[in-house]
Design a protein around this ligand. Structure first.
Ligand code: NDP
Length: 444
């Protein structure tokens, strides 16, 4: 970094104790250095300084009462990062690790991701350090309602449209939507990922995982390869992991492993997804329970051990920084040909560097997992039109969007002299539209 180094220094100084945010900004600014060289007008207009500073950051108290009558206080966040190309859009994460720096990294990534979808959506992200694990149905509902009694005044269908993320699925969206509707006395598409009977879109549940596989398939096809007959390892066993596994199987691959934060299961015959859906979606249990249903499979404690299983394609779909440099080395040694990020920033910078250096096809999350928010965009369109499209219609649109994201990212990478570097390509392609809009709108 030359032109943009000072901006990164300023980010470090202004946002102490936020390593994930620093990591995300550094990667993007490094990619944008050649863009800054070609566009001195963007430098002069302060586009780079402004794009790393959220437009608004909201932090609020979320008090709730558990089943025993004990009062708890969690912290809620909504970071409205950039609205140059549309209303803020991005998920809500409920996980004990949530803090401002994590929400800012996610919101920052979301700006570029949403731009890549080509749909008119700005970037934002939110959540809470609430831990849904082990909570009763009523505790989850009371927490979601309390969270929305503050969030509702900051969001709206033309202002900010949240969705799900880790710990927030259709159940939580339902409780939050119900409270929003009651407080506002209006029925609008203010949240996406809603249930089908009240304005949700078909394919939204599957969209991130399916979209990831459409993107990776496109990248493989460009090299004369495909999922067909490949062995796949997927981390996580939540929404993204389950539907990535489903699509990989439909494309002819064998998925042999999944994990959660405790450990991983290995099934040499191929993971049985009906069992996984039963354990995770119906019973809300742990992945270790898989071996009770399939005694020939193996469960091992320690989630990162999953990367020692030999595979052709690895799809990290759990959380940030879950795949380290030493895991990348093992994957490469075992002959892995492609890595597709379903999670946000799951690979550490040294892992990414190793994949690119060793010519492993590397699909960065910003581009590869954009299918979720793209389908949320399609949910917003259907809500505005007061129409519901069929599963096939939405799936077809999702496929087209993912192919276009791949095309735009790979063309930008080629234009800037590194044809196979999709990290560079995705960052530049995502930036271009947002920067042009910010430039046109003046210093605001
Ligand atoms: P879920 O809550 O459905 O599942 C999360 C999965 O990741 C669980 O298996 C969970 O295991 C595991 N996990 C979470 N935190 C950790 C951790 N610290 N270490 C190891 N494993 C962990 O979330 P999603 O599937 O929705 O999200 C997964 C990733 O995909 C996130 O990075 C998210 O930001 C990203 N993403 C999600 C989108 C969506 O549409 N849902 C869209 C784009 C990106 P455990 O139960 O043990 O915590």
């Amino acid at each position: 970094m030359k032109i943009l180094a000072g901006i990164y220094e300023q980010v470090l100084k202004r946002n102490p104790g936020e390593p994930e945010f620093h990591q995300a900004v550094k990667e993007v600014l490094e990619s944008l250095e050649p863009v800054a060289e070609r566009h001195p007008e963007y430098v002069k207009a302060g586009i780079f300084e402004r794009i790393v500073e959220p437009e608004r950051q909201i932090i609020f108290r979320v008090p709730w009462v558990d089943d025993n009558g004990t009062v708890h206080v969690n912290r809620g966040f909504r970071v409205e990062f950039n609205s140059a190309i549309g209303p803020y859009k991005g998920g809500l994460r409920f996980h004990p690790s949530v803090n401002l720096g994590i929400i800012k990294f996610l919101g920052f990534e979301q700006v570029f991701k949403n731009s890549l979808t080509t749909l008119p959506m700005g970037g934002g992200k939110g959540g809470s350090d609430f831990d849904p694990k082990g909570k009763s149905e009523m505790e989850i509902m009371r927490f979601c309602q309390s969270f929305m009694t503050e969030l509702f005044r900051h969001i709206g269908p033309d202002t900010d449209v949240p969705a799900g993320d880790i710990g927030v699925g259709a159940r939580e969206i339902g409780y939050m939507f119900g409270m929003y509707k009651k407080l506002r006395n209006e029925f609008t598409g203010v949240l996406t990922g809603k249930g089908i009977p009240y304005g949700g879109s078909l394919v939204r549940t599957q969209a991130t995982g399916y979209g990831l596989c459409y993107f990776v398939e496109e990248a493989l096809n460009a090299k004369g390869l495909s999922f067909e007959g490949r062995t796949v390892v997927i981390s996580g066993s939540g929404n993204v992991a389950i539907y990535a596994a489903e699509k990989a199987q439909q494309l002819g691959a064998k998925v042999v492993a999944l994990n959660d934060s405790n450990g991983y299961v290995y099934d040499k015959n191929g993971i049985n997804l009906d069992t996984v859906k039963l354990i995770k979606e119906v019973q809300r249990g742990r992945i270790s329970e898989y071996v009770k249903h399939h005694p020939h499979a193996q469960y091992t404690e320690g989630s990162r051990g999953i990367w020692t299983i030999p595979c052709d394609i690895a799809l990290p779909c759990a959380t940030q920084n879950e795949l380290h440099g030493e895991d990348a080395e093992i994957l490469i040694k075992n002959g892995c040909i492609a890595v597709g990020e379903g999670a946000n920033m799951p690979s550490t910078p040294d892992a990414v560097e190793l994949f690119i250096k060793n010519k492993v096809i590397f699909a960065p999350g910003k581009a590869a997992n954009a299918g979720g928010v793209a389908t949320s965009g399609l949910e917003m369109s259907q809500n505005s039109l007061r129409l519901s499209w069929t599963f096939e219609e939405v799936d077809e649109k999702l496929k087209t969007i993912m192919k276009n994201i791949y095309k735009n990212a790979s063309e930008a990478a080629a234009e800037y002299g590194e044809p196979d570097n999709l990290v560079l390509g995705a960052n530049i392609a995502g930036f271009k539209k947002v920067a042009a809009a910010m430039y046109a709108q003046g210093v605001v």
